[in-house]
Design a protein around this ligand. Structure first.
Ligand code: PLP
Length: 358
């Protein structure tokens, strides 16, 4: 926590605005909206935001939705919530994010089959944006709307534009492990204010105007509470500091490993700011001397928690049999990639301990 969170939370208690309406929710939406320059709605999670975003794109049964394969499952499951089927697209080594060439191929082949995807969900992996200009140009050419899953990337940029603002709809996560947190929460953002209002309506059980509790459309209980929005307001004040801290940890590890061969930091694309939400490294077993799995086990024995890079969606039992384009790069990154402890609360001594263990 940054310090101001408690006073915002106390205001919620003192004023008795404890539920899903109140001054903190309004202010958190306004303050994050000012930061990214878009209209916003605060929600209970980023998974909920993706669900609503895809519904705004009219995703439904029989539809296909393109998705980055190297991502967290929360970014993908909402496709199935709506009865649609995901089609998984590979990433490239230069960004670990969606490969525009793979997207081009997939769109061309879908157009030939006369079944274009209803939408694309593209992730900003581990705090870094993909090369979005060619991705947006292709999707515009084929008329496919884009949901930018910036769950892991609040505070990062692409060509001086904030992550989350690069697609037609953007979403953020304030889950406990993110760069900033509301303990759990999410935000949907868009230039299209009518979409944001519709998402707000659905997130509050889609209650029609009027005195009676009348409902003509399916809704959800997806709103963020005024208490948690208070935490978000305080966290937003320290967002830039938290980003600096995350980046400093990643670069400290990188510099400390300079004399080791076979361990390299996730690429930092020159077009933007990578928050290094997680400090991810790639292990070359031959050069490094031990495998990625052996490194994870050794760290675990030293009480250091590390983990593999996300298991690609096309390898998940839940999504067995789904169509995919490529996948080998994501599989290789999954097998050789490791996420080292990255929390901004890690002390210098703790970072040194991790370095010495590696
Ligand atoms: C890429 C990605 N998408 C979606 C989510 C889901 O976010 P939430 O936990 O807020 O629902 C997460 C992480 O939690 C994520 O890392």
């Amino acid at each position: 926590m940054g310090g101001a969170e408690e006073s915002y939370v106390r205001q919620a208690f003192v004023s008795n605005w404890l539920s899903t309406v109140g001054p903190n929710v309004d202010a958190f939406e306004r303050e994050l909206g000012n930061r990214v320059g878009l209209t916003t709605v605060a929600l209970g999670s980023c998974t909920a935001a993706i669900h609503l975003g895809l519904r705004l794109f009219n995703v439904g049964p029989e539809d296909e939705v393109f998705s980055s394969t190297l991502t967290f499952i929360g970014g993908c499951n909402p496709i199935r919530y709506l009865g649609a089927e995901p089609v998984f697209l590979d990433c490239n080594y230069s960004t670990w994010n969606l490969d525009p060439n793979i997207l081009e191929d997939a769109l061309r082949r879908s157009a030939q089959r006369k079944k274009l995807p209803r939408a694309l969900v593209v992730v900003d992996l581990y705090g870094q944006c993909p090369d979005m200009d060619p991705i947006m140009a292709l999707c515009c050419q084929y008329g496919v709307p884009v949901l930018e899953d910036a769950a892991e990337a609040l505070g990062s940029t692409y060509k001086d534009r904030p992550a989350g603002t690069l697609g037609d709809i953007g979403v953020f996560s304030f889950n406990g492990n993110k760069v900033i947190t509301t303990t759990g929460g999410g935000m949907l953002v868009s230039r299209n204010a009518a979409w944001v209002e519709k998402a707000r309506f659905w997130s509050q059980q889609a209650r029609d105007p009027g005195l009676a509790y009348e409902h003509s459309e399916m809704g959800y209980n997806y709103r963020m509470s005024n208490v948690l929005a208070g935490i978000g307001r305080g966290q937003l004040e320290v967002l830039d500091l938290r980003v600096q801290q995350r980046r400093a940890i990643a670069f400290r590890y990188r510099d400390a490993f300079l004399d080791l061969s076979g361990i390299s930091l996730m690429p930092q694309a020159s077009y933007g700011l990578h928050t290094n939400w997680l400090s991810c490294f790639l292990i070359d077993e031959k050069e490094f001397g031990v495998s990625r799995d052996a490194l994870i086990r050794t760290l675990d024995e030293a009480n250091v928690e590390s983990r593999p890079v996300w298991k690609p969606m096309h390898l998940q039992p839940l999504y067995a049999g789904c169509e995919r384009y490529g996948g080998e790069v994501a599989e290789d990154l999954f097998r050789r990639g490791i996420c080292l402890p990255s929390s901004s609360s890690l002390t210098e001594e703790e970072q040194l301990y991790v370095i010495n263990c590696v």
